[in-house]
Design a protein around this ligand. Structure first.
Ligand code: M6R
Length: 609
């Protein structure tokens, strides 16, 4: 985890680095730090807590130099403290690091035996001592870094400055994201594009095993052996204001409200409505390859795993392809049985989730073709897989995933329709109907959003409870899981998602007036069953908050609170049903005064195991 940034250029170094860190804070915010030059000396400022604590200790006009590096931390090794905050220093060098050095203990012991003194508990500090151990022998910074990385195991994105060369900066990537921003006589290097997007749209994606050297002559990219590489420059089309709050109180609320637009963008270009066909524009080869596949395995983490669970319903029902779903961190370590004819799909908003990346690599080593469903263009996952289906949610800043989830569901629906039509399991008429319904979804989401106040009222009635149970059946079961995850991560309330039919096998023992039960009930084939579950809860003195479809007069008298969503076909119900659950979690969190966008202990992009 962690966000890093480096800048080299003639503008105010400190404000550019701090501004970049602010846009990287979603990656971690246990502590922050910055290094810059003043009168030829490297100044180090570090502070525990959010970036605002660092800003509070920065002097006025701190720097007269042309380069600087910064870090926002998500602690792995060593608690959040000033000593453990980055940048770390050794000799005349300073460094920021994102990732984990797995063999840091043995490296540290060796370096300590050589007389080096460590001031932190981090794994990161060994990197700069290791580099310095070569640098002190008179090797150039470039060669010292190359020699150091040969001894390091793990994942890293690193930026290094040397007091001896204030107009140079070295950055290295292996297993953690790192992107170069190319401006007018200035350069950025950062964990993610929003860090510098308001300054330049020209980017170069670094690959694992590459390093970049910035100097007054410009930039050079090379591999770890020093061989120079020629890399393509890309233009980012995102609007920087897309990454701002746009008048909403929190990024999460803004991102919830962006879902109609995000879904339209994700569908755009993929549909021939009259023919009832989905076109995988730009990724036609996926469909042709996948058309004859025997089985699909979908992997992901957190919310993306929930999308995968919905994907199983969609692909099995619409395209009649057997689907297995696995949590990426489980898949990668259990030697999964994959055979010819299988396809593996990795779902990830960020495209940088370490477990998902590792799982995809595992599938690739077994010769299995891979597809990613990913939001961040050019992310590691999108480049690792054989093909990519981009969702177009736009930058998701809030740690709690919202628009990424519903666009993932949209992408999975499109894929299911595509494969259903190609494999002959979905008629032209049925394809047209489903596509027609999909086109209605953005409008229907707006209708749900128009009732935000109603959900906020429910939230205000229930925000003091300590435990919640979420029940759904069939395709709405993963939505129950997602609703519970949203609530727990941003309000710190214990919440469990459960398939409603399983309630009687254990969780029913928990039911009493102190645990509200959120029930997802649509008039589908399991409607009668879910009504029975509601009765079971009520019979035990439980409190029920129901989300049901408009016109459902049967459920209203049976429950304590009810909120309606527009009528929707079963396949698309997860998209629509997710919206009020996001709003519920959001307003509960606001009522509790929690940090909605940056909940404790979490980070947006989990780039470590
Ligand atoms: O970037 P990814 O989709 O791979 O991230 C996966 C999870 O870390 C992520 O969905 C996480 O569970 C979110 N905090 C959920 O809101």
């Amino acid at each position: 985890m962690c966000g890093i940034i480096g800048y080299i250029g003639k503008r105010d170094v400190v404000s550019l680095v701090v501004d970049g860190l602010r846009r990287l804070e979603y990656r971690g915010y246990d502590s922050a730090g910055i290094a810059y030059f003043l009168k030829g000396e490297i100044q180090l400022k570090r502070s525990v807590g959010k970036l605002s604590s660092l800003e509070a200790i920065l002097p006025r006009n701190p720097s007269d130099g042309v380069s600087g590096i910064g870090h926002t931390r998500w602690a792995t090794h060593g608690k959040p403290s000033e000593d453990n905050a980055h940048p770390h220093r050794a000799g005349t060098l300073v460094m920021v690091h994102n990732g984990i050095i797995e063999n840091y203990l043995s490296l540290k012991k060796k370096l300590q035996d050589e007389g080096r003194v460590f001031t932190s508990d981090t794994d990161s500090e060994v990197i700069i001592h290791l580099v310095d151990s070569f640098y002190q022998k008179g090797l150039s910074l470039e060669v010292s870094v190359q020699k150091a990385v040969m001894q390091m195991h793990g994942s890293y994105a690193i930026c290094i400055l040397s007091k001896d060369a204030p107009d140079e900066l070295v950055a290295v990537r292996s297993g953690c994201p790192l992107v170069v921003g190319v401006g007018e006589s200035e350069y950025f290097v950062a964990s993610d594009i929003p860090a510098f997007l308001s300054h330049t749209r020209n980017v170069i994606y670094l690959e694992d095993g590459e390093m970049v050297l910035f100097s007054p002559n410009g930039l050079e990219i090379c591999d770890f052996k020093g061989a120079r590489l020629v890399k393509e420059q890309h233009q980012i089309s995102w609007d920087p204001v897309m990454a701002e709050k746009g008048g909403y109180r929190h990024f999460m609320q803004k991102e919830i409200h962006e879902q109609p637009r995000a879904i339209v963008d994700t569908i755009r270009g993929h549909v021939a409505q009259e023919a009832g066909e989905v076109l995988l524009a730009g990724t036609e080869e996926i469909g042709q390859w996948m058309e004859n596949c025997q089985r699909i395995v979908i992997i992901g983490c957190g919310t993306s795993w929930h999308a995968a669970l919905v994907g199983k319903f969609l692909l099995e029902e619409i395209a009649k392809i057997p689907v297995e779903v696995d949590i990426a961190s489980e898949f990668r370590y259990r030697d999964p049985h994959l055979v010819k004819g299988d396809w593996v799909i990795g779902i990830s908003q960020s495209g940088e989730t370490a477990d998902t990346l590792a799982a995809i690599k595992e599938a690739k080593t077994k010769g299995i073709p891979t597809l990613s469903i990913c939001n961040v263009v050019g992310s590691s996952l999108s480049r690792e897989t054989d093909a990519v289906f981009y969702t177009h949610a736009g930058p998701e800043i809030s740690v709690a995933s919202t628009k990424a989830f519903t666009t993932q569901l949209t992408a999975l629906t499109l894929l299911a329709i595509y494969l259903g039509r190609r494999r002959g399991h979905l008629s032209e008429k049925a394809g047209k109907q489903l596509i027609h319904q999909l086109f209605l979804i953005p409008k229907q989401i707006e209708e749900v959003l128009a009732h935000e106040d109603r959900v906020a009222d429910i939230a205000r009635n229930f925000f003091r409870y300590r435990d919640f149970l979420y029940l759904g059946r069939g395709i709405l079961y993963p939505v129950a899981l997602e609703g519970a995850l949203k609530l727990k991560e941003i309000s710190y309330i214990h919440a469990e998602g459960y398939p409603a039919g399983e309630m009687k096998h254990g969780p029913i023992a928990l039911i009493d007036e102190n645990m509200p039960v959120v029930v997802l009930a649509l008039k589908d084939k399991v409607y009668e069953k879910i009504v029975s579950n509601v009765m079971e809860v009520k019979a035990r003195g439980g409190v029920v908050i129901a989300f049901a479809e408009e016109g459902d007069t049967e459920l209203a008298p049976l429950v304590d609170e009810i909120c309606f969503i527009p009528k929707v076909v079963s396949a698309l119900s997860p998209i629509l049903m997710t919206i009020p659950l996001q709003l519920l979690a959001y307003h509960v969190s606001v009522s509790r005064g929690s940090d909605v966008d940056q909940p404790r202990n979490l980070a947006k992009s989990v780039t470590v195991e």
